[in-house]
Design a protein around this ligand. Sequence first.
Ligand code: HEC
Ligand code: HEC
Ligand code: HEC
Ligand code: HEC
Length: 146
Amino acid sequence: MRSKKVLCLLVAVCFGLVMAGVAVATDKGPETITMDSKVYPKHKKSLVTFSHQKHNVDYKIACDECHHVYKDGKNVWKEGDDVGKCSCCHSGAKAPKEPKLSKAEKIKGYHYAAIHENCKGCHKAAKKDGKVAPTKCAECHPKAAK
Ligand code: HEC
Ligand code: HEC
Ligand code: HEC
Ligand code: HEC
């Protein structure tokens, strides 16, 4: 119970931040997002530019493929609801090597696992359908120009 309360509090704080950003974000969310999550004290890789617009409009991916609020194991998020930063809930950076965690535990607790599962997981599946979607590190984290 205690952990649930803490989580809700965290979510409330994060939603507060989302509301503060409302002037730039429309209902559909921003067109492009520079992923710069604050769970990482420092980024080791270059920042990822994510075209929200292309994914939503051109690739016709439903919002709830990426946005969710789980209740009793079901995604109850629907369009129009508040959108929390992924890091509100997946609030750790990268899972430690010890103790050994299952894949599901890593995803639930850690941003690194959650985001790569979401982005890369879908891209791998898309590739199987013959589409061209990035799965290599440098395709999403471009090497800095020298
Ligand atoms: C392919 C995945 C994907 C799809 C599809 C998608 N989004 Fe997002 N959206 C994201 C990611 C990733 C972020 C950035 C979250 C973060 O910074 O933690 C985001 C951010 C947002 C934000 C801004 C939140 C903030 O904190 O600034 C809103 C609003 C939003 N999305 C709404 C939508 C709506 C409405 C749809 C459907 C029309 C949609 N999204 C479809 C992945 C997606
Ligand atoms: C309100 C809290 C919350 C937010 C915000 C959130 N998640 Fe989650 N997410 C969860 C929970 C809880 C689970 C675990 C569900 C389970 O195990 O039953 C989960 C599961 C997942 C999973 C594994 C299952 C699946 O749906 O594929 C992925 C991947 C994931 N989240 C990625 C993301 C990404 C990417 C974002 C931001 C765009 C995000 N999450 C935002 C709470 C959240
Ligand atoms: C549910 C599926 C899905 C998810 C989730 C998803 N993508 Fe994609 N993405 C695609 C598909 C499909 C394409 C290629 C479509 C095409 O070219 O026909 C693509 C293309 C791309 C491209 C290359 C073209 C472009 O849009 O610039 C980038 C970069 C990209 N995705 C980044 C991301 C990142 C970062 C995330 C996670 C925040 C993400 N994607 C999540 C399906 C997805
Ligand atoms: C489909 C796009 C995609 C691919 C492919 C990808 N990443 Fe990421 N990666 C992301 C996104 C999005 C984030 C979240 C960045 C944020 O929110 O700050 C991230 C975060 C990270 C982080 C934590 C932030 C940082 O810079 O320290 C590291 C480390 C990382 N990725 C390494 C890798 C490595 C290594 C590979 C190849 C094995 C890889 N990524 C492949 C999209 C991708």
